[in-house]
Design a protein around this ligand. Structure first.
Ligand code: OSB
Ligand code: MG
Length: 383
């Protein structure tokens, strides 16, 4: 199938790369982040560093070292990037055609997004424009949202929500799991009757739990995110018919085709777009445009990224269709310090400013990068 470029950046051509490096970092979390599938205590991330004509660009892979959220890991991503994606890079090739070439590799959307992000950063830096402008979208303030991990008691959860409300976050998401759901949501709702609130189950339920999930209908939640299995779209269509609360899919959506299937089946009324999960920024913009054209709200998810991935998510949210606050929080929510400057902060109205300057608009601190680096290795690559 021939490629039909739609975004300005897809016409840009790939430069000759002088150096390619993998950097694995591990940043400790200030607090453990608990979900129904795992408790993470740090962010271990695979970074890709590209250098061309003195310009340095970065991509962050959203995969964890483990396969508990989805099947890709930092190790599989590195294998796929090094063995199968980097060899497709060719100086002079239009970026849009590179993305078409990526289709030859099945799946591995997190690996694809890593290199896609780094190339977008590189192309934007080379042009001297911010990433959002390279994608074709004007700057705007970005809405914020906090994702709160599982807590041991409703009181602990209410205290965490209070902190988010005091900081003026636009929306709060709370993790739920079987047995840690209705009473926890009730406690938050009683204390914060008007708070834009949603829950995320990371696939902890089955259709047999529909009656339990229906008890959440009384709390006026914005949505229930991924109640059923990560790999299932069809069962969600049955569940959605039995609930008043909109469903949102996260893990089940690995690209535009999944989004179309989910919407046409009636499996969800909202889409969580994690650019790192759907193959990158260009695919995300397509999904957002599809959502906007079909009355489906979309928002940007997060994977508790370092400042690199956080900046990517912020630029993405300038695209049409991102009408719902996403999982875009302050750096300080997760980390005492980060490898990138400036840190993400909320203004007094809870908004986030796009970091100014070309590319992602961030700089990597060599000292802090070295401090948190587990492994750094140059790739021997012909291009
Ligand atoms: O399901 O959205 C999720 C973090 C890691 C893995 C999966 C998820 C999350 C979050 C946090 O909810 C999002 C963030 O704050 O970046
Ligand atoms: Mg989720």
């Amino acid at each position: 199938m021939t490629h039909r470029p739609s975004l300005a950046v897809e016409h840009e051509t790939i430069p000759r790369l002088d150096r390619i490096e993998f950097v694995t970092v591990s940043l400790p979390f200030l607090h453990p982040f608990g979900t129904s599938v795992h408790v993470w205590t740090c962010k271990e991330a695979l970074l890709l560093r590209l250098e061309a004509d003195g310009v340095v660009a970065w991509g962050e892979c959203v995969a964890d070292p483990d396969p508990f959220y989805l099947s890709e890991t930092t190790t599989t991503a590195r294998h796929i990037i090094e063995g199968f994606l980097l060899p497709l890079l060719e100086p002079g090739l239009p970026f849009g055609e590179l993305l078409e070439r990526f289709r030859a590799v099945r799946g591995h959307t997190m690996a694809k997004a890593t290199i896609e992000n780094a190339v977008v950063d590189l192309l934007a830096l080379r042009k001297g424009v911010p990433v959002h402008e390279a994608l074709g979208f004007p700057a705007r303030r970005i809405m914020s949202g906090l994702s709160i991990g599982l807590k041991d008691s409703p009181a602990e959860l209410v205290a965490a929500v209070q902190v988010a409300v005091d900081k003026r976050y636009h929306r709060v998401k709370m993790k739920v799991a079987k047995g840690r759901d209705v009473e926890y949501v009730r406690a938050v709702r009683e204390r914060f009757p008007d708070l834009p609130l949603m829950v995320d189950a990371n696939g902890d339920y089955t259709l047999a739990d529909a009656d339990r999930l229906r008890q959440l209908d009384e709390f006026g939640l914005m949505m229930i995110e991924q109640p059923l299995s990560y790999s299932d779209i069809y069962q969600h269509s049955k569940l959605q018919k039995r609930l008043a609360t909109p469903l949102c899919l996260d893990e089940s959506i690995l690209g535009l085709a999944d989004a179309v299937a989910a919407v046409e089946l009636g499996s969800c009324r909202v889409l969580n777009i994690k650019q790192g999960r759907v193959g990158g920024l260009v695919e995300s913009v397509r999904i957002a445009a599809y959502g906007a054209a079909n009355g489906i709200g979309v928002w940007s998810g997060g994977m508790d990224e370092t400042g690199i991935g956080r900046a990517v998510n912020i630029h993405l949210q300038t695209a049409d269709g991102f009408t719902i606050p996403g999982d875009t929080s302050e750096t300080a929510n997760y980390f005492a310090e980060d490898i990138a400057d400036p840190p993400v902060v909320l203004d007094e109205d809870g908004f986030i400013r796009i970091p100014p300057g070309p590319g992602l608009g961030i700089s990597i601190s060599p000292e802090r990068l070295a401090k948190y680096t587990l492994n750094r290795q140059a790739v021997q690559h012909p291009i």
